[in-house]
Design a protein around this ligand. Structure first.
Ligand SMILES: Cc1cc2nc3c(=O)[nH]c(=O)nc-3n(C[C@H](O)[C@H](O)[C@H](O)COP(=O)(O)OP(=O)(O)OC[C@H]3O[C@@H](n4cnc5c(N)ncnc54)[C@H](O)[C@@H]3O)c2cc1C
Length: 413
């Protein structure tokens, strides 16, 4: 019997494998991955400096342990060059592996910025535990002493998390972003302002409404030139400007793609018995067939569960639900559900201060709660706000009850 093959040993690939094994302990399973095949929780990467964690400490199970646990063959350090969906075979270094069913869980690749200067090739990015190992070694070079100067390009979710984490570990951090506020694409302006104040109070320098145009080597230093004319020296530059779904295998195999690999409601790509999940996939997110990439853990877990059921003979629809994004910035922890694009026209944020907490609710044009942000975030308030999504006024905890009622009244007025 040909195996089910999963390409990718990130959280998406391993979650499909785990869910599959809950349903079928024996079906042959092969996992192919270009990395070392160990399991780690990727969100830990942007929280590991302050905890003084080495890359090896983040890998909780080796490839061998995962293979034993999953009753699977894991071929690590194995880069897949292509897939032939007609013959159901996978090309690896001149050999071919046949599959019965295939899951693409190949993740995303960091976006590379076009920056001038002979230091532009020094820009780092951290999207895998091996990147973290390399970056950590650079930060720890003896010439930097106990405090390296780290410049982060991009003050989105990952950039802000790394900034707070590195600062927490005692490093000198500079953040650069084209927006006027950090986390501008995700958070309500009031919370972006709160985050800006918290990061600044922490000692992080922010250059906003500008971009890095040049990076030049100056002896031991890297000199950064911004579009607004400011120049400064730094030791290390980390790009956190975003990720792009890895479409290389999908494109070679002739699968339908948009921003990501397009999948139907059950996770199947345009080829029979080929599925995609995780950062590489573009999911159907509403009843009208709207699609979005969802580069977060919660959707990949939901999708992996459904795909595992489908793979084992029970066709199952992926039921993507709203899940809060937790911004792991200890100096100003935020939880948020960004309003969907279609809800944004005619809608508005309404901000409130409750018990030292800022709660921002986004009401769409019809006065329906379509998104929220809260900081400092708290599990009970987050749950209450989640429960209130989609309604004009729902009260589930005392403090949220008061604010929800006030916000709804002001919306009605
Ligand atoms: C620093 C950081 C912090 C984050 N924090 C959060 C958070 O707090 N909450 C949250 O919800 N999300 C967070 N995310 C996002 C979340 O971690 C990702 O959505 C998720 O881990 C993606 O998993 P994946 O398996 O799809 O991709 P990946 O982890 O990228 O795995 C892709 C796998 O495919 C393999 N591969 C790729 N191409 C090939 C090939 N040709 N041949 C063989 N193997 C191949 C790779 O080796 C790898 O094993 C964070 C992301 C980062 C970078």
């Amino acid at each position: 019997m040909k195996p089910i093959v999963i390409i990718g040993a990130g959280m998406a690939g391993f979650t499909v494998a785990r869910e599959l094994r809950k349903l079928d302990k024996e079906i042959p399973l092969v996992i192919l991955t270009s990395d070392a095949g160990g399991f780690y929780s990727k969100p830990m990467l942007s929280n590991a400096f302050a905890q003084n964690k080495h890359a090896a400490q983040l890998i909780t199970q080796s490839a061998e342990q995962m293979a034993a646990q999953l009753n699977a063959t894991i071929l690590a350090a194995t880069h897949v060059q292509g897939v032939d969906t007609a013959s159901r075979s996978i090309a690896i270094d001149g050999t071919a592996i046949e599959y019965e069913k295939l899951v693409l869980a190949v993740g995303a690749q960091p976006i590379r910025l076009a920056i001038d200067g002979d230091g532009a090739d020094q820009v780092q990015s951290v999207n895998h535990v091996s990147d973290y190992a390399r970056f950590r070694d650079l930060v720890a070079l003896p010439k930097h002493g106990t405090s390296a100067r780290v410049t982060i390009l991009g003050a989105g979710l990952i950039g802000c998390e790394f900034a707070d984490d590195l600062r927490g570990a005692g490093h000198a951090v500079t953040l650069v972003d084209p927006s006027a506020l950090p986390l501008a694409a995700l958070a309500a302006p009031a919370l972006s302002r709160g985050l800006l104040a918290a990061l600044t109070a922490r000692g992080i320098v922010l250059h906003l409404s500008t971009t890095a145009t040049r990076i030049d080597r100056q002896g031991e230093n890297l000199q950064v030139t911004l579009a607004n004319g400011v120049t400064f020296d730094t030791d290390i530059i980390l790009s956190a400007v975003g990720l792009r779904p890895d479409l290389s295998i999908a494109t070679q195999a002739g699968l339908a793609t948009g921003r990501g690999i397009l999948i139907d409601a059950s996770g199947q790509t345009s080829a029979a018995d080929v599925y995609a999940v995780g950062d590489c996939a573009e999911y159907i997110v509403d009843a009208q067939g709207g699609t979005r990439i969802l580069p977060y853990i919660a959707p990949l877990m939901t999708a992996a569960r459904a795909i595992a059921r489908t793979l084992t003979g029970t066709p199952t629809t992926i039921d993507i639900k709203d899940a809060p994004v937790i911004v792991k910035t200890p100096s100003y922890p935020i939880a948020l559900v960004p309003p969907p694009l279609q809800a944004q026209a005619g809608g508005a944020w309404r901000d409130e201060e409750v018990d030292g907490r800022t709660i921002c609710r986004f009401y769409d044009a019809a006065g329906i709660l379509a998104g929220f942000c809260v900081a400092p975030q708290d599990a009970a308030i987050r749950s209450a706000l989640m429960a209130a999504l989609g309604s004009a006024a729902v009260a589930t905890t005392p403090s949220v009850a008061a604010t929800t009622a006030t916000a709804a009244a002001s919306t009605a007025g």
